[in-house]
Design a protein around this ligand. Structure first.
Ligand code: ZN
Length: 224
């Protein structure tokens, strides 16, 4: 291994606003970059070849809710793409805590504790790109809901169908839940990772059910 050179620079606020997805506001909002710590370096691979990299570590703040979070924007000379201007190095952007565009948060404190627990962990898995675990989590949420609602049957297939008989879900709703059951089985038994769009849509179906079954009835009870 050859020589490694590394440089660090600290920068203050750039006095601009940037559109970033805010986890608290659950949508894109304007953010300021409070401070930024730039790292760049070059690794000598021998034979006159080097790998150059650059990482901008930023403390960012939502200008709406004032939540502070962290973002890294990095590039590496090994990652090369081509556009009409020639070769370029795509930026890899990561957020801490992680976030996902298609997720909205429901009032999860109104859910039974066991459902709340697995619901929150599944959201965290999607936000942090743990897509196999998210698929397993989605199946576990449906199983926990079935248990809580005392669904009948020996397996999840029969339990989902029994919810139609109890008028808890519509036949159409049960069809969606069966799709999510299959998605969960593929994650659990074949270690299949679904993409973020599929998982976010799956969570929307689950949230719709949680809203109708737990959140809205609990709110109606407290308001009227
Ligand atoms: Zn915000």
């Amino acid at each position: 291994m050859g020589e490694v050179s590394k440089f660090f620079t600290i920068q203050k606020c750039d006095n601009k606003s940037h559109r970033v997805l805010c986890k608290e506001c659950a949508r894109e909002t304007l953010h300021s970059i409070v401070s930024s710590y730039l790292e760049s370096g070059s690794d000598d691979c021998g034979g006159g070849n080097t790998i150059d990299w650059h990482c901008d570590n930023q403390i960012i703040q939502c200008l709406g809710c004032e939540t502070v979070s962290f973002r890294t924007i990095s590039t590496c000379s090994e990652d090369t793409e081509y556009d009409h201007y020639g070769p370029c190095h795509p930026e890899t952007i990561k957020y801490y805590p992680g976030r996902a565009e298609g997720l909205r948060s429901i009032e999860s404190y109104l859910l039974p504790f066991t459902i709340q627990q697995i619901y929150k962990e599944t959201i965290l898995s999607i936000e942090n790109e743990q897509y196999v675990l998210a698929g397993i989590g989605i199946r576990a949420i449906i199983e926990t809901i079935c248990k809580d609602l005392e669904a009948d049957g020996r397996n999840l297939y029969q339990k989902i169908d029994s919810l139609v008989g109890k008028s808890i879900v519509t036949p159409e709703g049960a069809r969606f839940l069966h799709k999510l059951r299959v998605l969960g089985n593929e994650a659990a038994h074949e270690v299949k990772a679904h993409n973020s769009m599929q998982l976010e849509l799956a969570m929307q179906i689950i949230e719709h059910m949680l809203d109708g079954t737990y959140v809205i009835p609990a709110r109606v009870k407290s308001v009227f």
